[in-house]
Design a protein around this ligand. Sequence first.
Ligand code: CUA
Length: 327
Amino acid sequence: MNATSDSLWFPYKASTVASQVDNIYFFIAAVTVFFTVFIGALSLYFAFRYKRRSANEQGKPIHGNHILEILWVVVPTIIVLVIFFWGAVVFFQIKQTPKGALEFYGVGKQWMWKFQHPSGQREINDLHVPTGKPIQMTLTSEDVIHSFYVPAFRVKMDVLPGRYTSVWFEATRPGEYHLFCAEYCGTKHSQMIGKVIVMTPEDYAAWLKGAEGAAVAAAPAQTQTPAESGKRLFEEFRCNTCHTAVATALGPALDGVFGSTVELVTGEKIVANDEYVRESILYPQAKVIKGFAPVMPTFKTQLSEEQLMQIVAYLKTLGGSGEKVQA
Ligand code: CUA
């Protein structure tokens, strides 16, 4: 057996949750096989055992059996509850990004994947990641619904236009693994295939350095982190003329806003998360902060999804919850 194959039946296990997902799968499969064989065998046995032996043979009347009835209610109930709670525990673990995860960004597009590393490096259809570090993918789409699926990590997440979704994984074993689009997204859906290249942290660091070295000659944006690009865009689009801390400012100052609860003109209170920031850039009138007039123009036609993510990444560094950008 080679290094990239764990078993005959399953894709390689290359993330921290892979075994847990497989265990539940095996349990459900085992329960299914057991009852299929058990019921099938009993049916056959009873068919022979209680076969009508003469033309005038009469069946014995049966008036129920309490023990049997209790058993067939209680046993399946326990089994499905085990599946439910076990599944829920693993589900919540897969849903909750651990603290300190590396933040990667991904954009799906007919028919390719575009990725950006926390250090700013960009890739198309390839995604290099280190082992031993939780990695959070913030995902969106430029056109239709796609789905980010890495079988070896046992993670799958819908990638939706106009919305951010996120998924995390921690790779455990260096190697190359398939990245699929798991949502039918047009004629070339089946060709929307990428590779996740898992490296040791040392190899990853060396790769980043090499990749950065190669990118120096290219566009300056290539060497900037998403947050740095976002800061540049923030200044380029003159967001800072209105979003300042002076009393007469037309827009709210954004220091410490990300991740905090803000009050709207309607009196409603919401958390200023990435979804809210994105909406406020594209549809500024949708949720106006209390104390301000709805005067901001939309930037809908001027910013790409990648640029929006970069601005979100920058505002995150200004917020209370995000880590500070290293300038
Ligand atoms: Cu993208 Cu299927």
